[in-house]
Design a protein around this ligand. Structure first.
Ligand code: SAM
Ligand code: DTB
Ligand code: SF4
Length: 328
């Protein structure tokens, strides 16, 4: 079967998918998942916060913003040797991609050579590399590419019309501009969002619409469930219904059939059964390791046991199991 990659999703179509009976939606998403991927394979990424806290931006969900009083202790940029030690440990425990995150609005010129050195050395270990450092200009994107970076993570986070309720220090167009620089430099894109921030279903459909209608579908799409961090403006907000979260994953799978969909932040408070439903709905990647950037993630042994119980295996390298022709 040939699946068509679309960039013309209308919001009503996505809303109609949200309205399907839950089991029908999962059935459709699971069928599409099998056209492109081996459903037993899960891509395994490990995150490391290489520079923590003290961020000048005001993203309402983020414990690393200096504007909020949170539990995060700011830490300056790690050394390459510290990063390598963590990368070796991630590799030894089974991760194939290592994602380095920095709480920056954008990298400063003095920081970039340090980060490119880390990227070169992590890549030399045989890991896929990803970085998330905030906004990039064209030259910075090319410098990261030259260092051997594989993926750049930059999320659009929510529907365009809701973004200004969540962030006031940069705008949606800034996010799109960075994504353009990332694509132009030939980097793979990792771009997704957060649900459970008080958005409406229409706005969840708007997030998925914006992702699926980017000039090319992101190679990886992290779907984060808000981790409510103490001190952030979104702490205490009503939690998103669990099945609505699974629906969001399923519709991401349907709208972006060839992308890796990552079940990202928020797994720590999900039951094994809920995570299994997310894998059924087409999620085929996780963050693996006991911390995300600053907040908790399930223990490694717990994830290993979940994989065994569900018959899941780590994907050797993302996107190697092509079963069908993709038509743009
Ligand atoms: N500073 C850079 C930026 O904002 O692009 C990179 C790091 S930032 C922490 C990366 C992503 O983490 C955000 O875009 C957001 O999707 C996610 N994130 C941050 N705090 C979160 C939270 N409390 N719950 C879920 N996801 C979160
Ligand atoms: C993404 O979409 N989620 C990750 C990664 N990309 C960088 C970050 C999640 C952060 C959760 C809050 C924290 O641990 O600070
Ligand atoms: Fe800073 Fe990124 Fe957190 Fe926003 S999400 S406050 S830019 S670290």
């Amino acid at each position: 079967m040939t699946i068509r990659i679309r960039h013309d999703w209308r919001r009503e179509e996505l809303l109609a998918l949200f309205s399907l009976p839950f089991t029908e939606l999962l059935y459709r998403a699971a069928a599409i998942h099998r056209e492109r991927f081996d459903p037993a394979e899960i891509q395994v990424s490990t995150l490391l916060s290489i520079k923590t806290g003290g961020c000048p931006e005001d993203c309402a969900y983020c414990p690393q913003s200096q504007r909020y009083s949170t539990d995060v202790q700011p830490q300056k940029l790690m050394t390459t040797e510290q990063v390598l030690e963590r990368a070796r440990a991630a590799q030894a425990s089974g991760a194939t991609r290592f994602c380095m995150g920095a709480a920056w609005r954008s990298p400063k010129d003095r920081d970039l050579p340090k980060v490119t050195e880390m990227i070169r050395e992590v890549k030399a270990l045989g890991l896929e590399t990803c970085a998330t450092l905030g906004m990039l200009d064209k030259d910075q994107a090319y410098a990261l590419k030259d260092a051997g970076l594989d993926y750049y993570n930059h999320n659009i986070d929510t529907a365009p019309e809701f973004y200004e309720d969540i962030v006031h220090t940069h705008d949606y167009q800034d996010r799109l501009n960075t994504l353009e620089h990332v694509r132009d430099a030939g980097l793979k894109t990792c771009c997704g969002g957060i649900v459970g921030m008080g958005e409406t279903r229409l706005q969840r459909a708007g997030l998925l619409q914006a992702l699926a209608n980017l000039p090319t579908h992101p190679d990886s799409v992290p779907i984060n469930r808000l981790v409510q961090a103490t001190g952030t403006p979104l702490h205490g907000i009503k939690e998103l219904d669990q099945f609505e979260f699974v629906r969001t994953i399923a519709i991401a799978r349907i709208a972006m059939p060839a992308s890796i969909i990552r079940l990202s932040a928020g797994r720590e408070t999900m039951s094994d059964a809920l995570q299994a439903l997310c894998f059924m709905a087409g999620a085929n990647s996780i963050f693996y390791g006991e911390t995300l950037l600053t907040t908790a993630n399930p223990k490694i042994e717990q994830d290993q046991s979940l994989f065994t119980r569900l018959g899941l295996v780590p994907m050797p390298y993302a996107g190697t199991t092509v079963h069908t022709d993709i038509v743009e």
